[in-house]
Design a protein around this ligand. Sequence first.
Ligand SMILES: *[C@@H]1O[C@H](CO)[C@@H](O)[C@H](O)[C@H]1NC(C)=O
Length: 323
Amino acid sequence: MAATKPPSCSTRLRSPATTAACFLPASLLLFLLLLLLRRPPMGSFPPTIPGGSVSSRRAELYGRMARDLDERGAAFLDGGETSQSLTLSELFDTRDGAVVPMLKAANPPVRANVLYLDPEFASVISKAVKEVFLPYFNQAIWFQNMSIYHFSMFHTSHHLEPIVATEDEIEAEVDAVKRVTDDVCPLKIILDQVVLTSTGVLLGLWQVESGTDPADIRSRLREALPRAPQKQLYDPVMLHTSLARILGHPKLPQEGNAQSLDHVKFFHDLVAQVNSKIRGFQATVKELWFVEEYDVLALALNGKMKVRRLQFGCKEGQGNGKI
Ligand SMILES: *[C@@H]1O[C@H](CO)[C@@H](O)[C@H](O)[C@H]1NC(C)=O
């Protein structure tokens, strides 16, 4: 990180560090550089402190996630990392003007329990995201397939702690999950906000109005699946959907403006536009998917996977409310 010459603010901004150098005092800059060097993957925000209601812990977590872009800058313009510690440039290729995911076998396959968002709801969100982002990133963005919008809950095997299982053992896991979903009530959820992380992932962050809380679902799954990895990938109160991954620099109508473009402000403006369209959007979640992902990030990249769809057993209106 030893800079050979001081970054110039008049040339096109190439890195978040350069951006920071133009606007921040030296002590703050040093702090920011240290944060950038750590460049933690998405989902590695410090856990919320237990205590307080689940919804206030969730609000506090989302507030911190919304500040991530300010605090770490647009690190993804230099090749940000995903939650699986892969850089986005390792995941995608541009061929004949189209973005193509480069699928890699996950060995052993990842086994994920995710809540599923019906396309009836996902299509509204997907449309708003595309309307705002497509004009600026036509070949430098990957949109989550709206047929498989999902909320990651709990893994019985993941890349950090693979738990190899036989077919019988996997069937036993599915049975255990089924016993959990039999008692789960449909969740009425509301889109709290859309945020863009410093790694370039556009996320929808949701609050829960009624139904079985995700924190509760996760703890029931933990109890039912004792062999699952001790370390799970997400904060227990988090309820999020990935909406898109930004892969490169925006295209701007007037090239002249690119010289002085403040990337962080530009991205905030786009995110604000999405929020003005869909913040407060309500949806109902009625099923959990047990997914074997045979490719890395199969749910995100339309990879190879095997899905078991499990309907919640509890009827609507019987929700046990917030915990
Ligand atoms: C989106 O997902 C659905 C369901 O898995 C699949 O049939 C469809 O081909 C996917 N779309 C694209 C563009 O990959």
